[in-house]
Design a protein around this ligand. Structure first.
Ligand code: UTP
Length: 269
């Protein structure tokens, strides 16, 4: 059965985290403003520019950035980029503060009144791609049955020992579109190499389930744990394998690899 299928126009971009892996630099600076090399023209941009651009290139018209006290530089930066024409004004940017950095689920919950009743995409603020994963998820969204629709995630296959750093998916029907059977946040002994890779397309029911999600050992509300509760209630989640490359600049080694790889196309060491 195909239910009414709204077009996805809204994005949520959480940028309210502490950025502890970049201390001491992030005591004052926002991690999402870390300089990166733009693979299109070699110019130096902030990571968040490329995240917002990814949303815009996928036809998103509105993005809500979940910021935090002390991270207003993100708004200043993006406002300036739009003023000087470095970033399109055809994507409207909105801002709200997460009171405390209590995890990704808690950050997404700040978008409840903004998304109204529409499904929306979530883009982490500290990674970007050479091919557009939002377009990939939208293609899947157009194909799937919308009954009890929970969401779609981008997945990547990684070495099993590395999977413990991510939300790990158990998937079935390994083909073009995977069905998600289970998800577990940073398991000690991962049983699957498929991990969630920073991009989500979520139904609005997620908010009810984030509210029911208990904090983890670190006191954080994890988005993956809300997805887990939805799966238990019969909601359907799908995964699609990332085409192209993900550049995760949210930790030092990923940032350094990214600078080296993209930078070497434009600059001599
Ligand atoms: P990360 O876990 O990579 O960011 O979250 P972090 O928590 O800032 O980093 P560390 O672990 O302390 O080094 C991915 C994205 O989600 C945002 C972050 O700002 C980042 O862009 N985030 C994370 C929030 O908005 N709120 C949170 O409570 C946690």
């Amino acid at each position: 059965m195909h239910l009414f299928c709204p077009i996805i126009m809204k994005a949520v971009i959480p940028v309210g985290g502490r950025g502890t892996r970049f201390h001491p630099w992030t005591h004052i600076n926002a991690k999402e403003l870390i300089p990166v090399v733009d693979m299109l023209d070699g110019r130096i941009r902030a990571a968040i520019d490329l995240v917002v651009k990814e949303a815009y290139m996928a036809g998103i018209t509105d993005a809500l950035l979940i910021t935090a006290i002390g991270k207003s530089s993100i708004k200043d930066h993006l406002t300036k980029q739009q003023q000087v024409g470095e970033l399109s004004n055809d994507i409207r940017l909105h801002y709200t503060d997460q009171k405390e950095p209590k995890g990704l689920g808690d950050a997404v919950l700040c978008a409840e009144s903004y998304t109204k009743h529409e499904p929306f995409v979530v883009l982490l603020g500290d990674d970007f791609h050479d091919k557009n994963p939002i377009l990939q998820m939208r293609q899947v969204y157009d194909k799937i049955d919308k009954e009890k629709f929970g969401g779609i995630v981008i997945t990547q296959k990684v070495e099993l020992e590395n999977a413990k750093r991510y939300g790990v998916l158990t998937v079935a029907n390994v083909g073009e579109i995977f069905e998600v059977k289970a998800v577990v946040e940073k398991p000690e002994h991962p049983e699957s190499p498929y991990v969630i890779s920073g991009r989500y397309l979520l139904s609005n029911f997620i908010f009810d389930y984030i509210k029911k999600t208990l904090p983890d050992k670190k006191g954080e509300i994890q988005l993956t744990n809300a997805i887990k509760l939805m799966l238990a209630d019969g909601y359907k989640f799908y995964a699609v394998e990332l085409e192209g490359k993900r550049y995760d600049v949210g930790e030092a080694s990923g940032w350094f690899r990214t600078i080296k790889e993209i930078g070497s196309n434009f600059y001599n060491a």
